[in-house]
Ligand binder design. Sequence first.
Ligand code: ZN
Ligand code: ZN
Length: 213
Amino acid sequence: MPIFCPICNKSSAQSRFFGAFCESCMAQKLKREIPKHARIYQCRFCERLKIKGTFYDYDKNSLGRALNVAMGLKDAKVIVEDFKSGWADVKIIFHREGENIEVKAGVSVKVAHETCQKCYRISAGYYQGVIQVRGNRMKMERFVEGLKRYVERRDGFISKIEDQQNGYDIYVSDKSVANSFFVERKIKVEKSFRFYGMKRGVKLYRNTYAVHL
Ligand SMILES: [Zn+2]
Ligand SMILES: [Zn+2]
């Protein structure tokens, strides 16, 4: 027995149905529920997008997720088709009654700028450890390049490199990344620790690593 849409009277023999409603009436209903405005948060320096408290590299995929959260959609995926000057054309795939239904919409987007923790720390010259590398110039250059790549790939950064008479002092953001670099590369290192303050009752130390190449 076919059922009939209570809005347009279309029969279930002519169209997919979502519960009591035909596909086009369901799409109309969903379209009305889509907010016309959304506010997303982006780091002013690295342009990463903040989604539920975490910053992600900016691309169409993360933009879609940020808009999804900003619009408060449930059981839906937002695909960004175009985004420029505060306007996004999107395709939203809603999951309803065990099936997917697609709705196109336009959303006015406000971008609020923040500074992510990583960029804040870079600008503040933050560091957890200093690597004092001494020895052969060529080897030291290669060491600095390798370290920089290694640290950046793990979401850390080098906040400062100081030229010393016989080498470099390299300030790294993350002690654990520095430690694993030395272990993985089997580099012999002398470690020392310097107390530099308290945070919520915990003593904080900065590491100094002496490396001879
Ligand atoms: Zn209908
Ligand atoms: Zn940033």
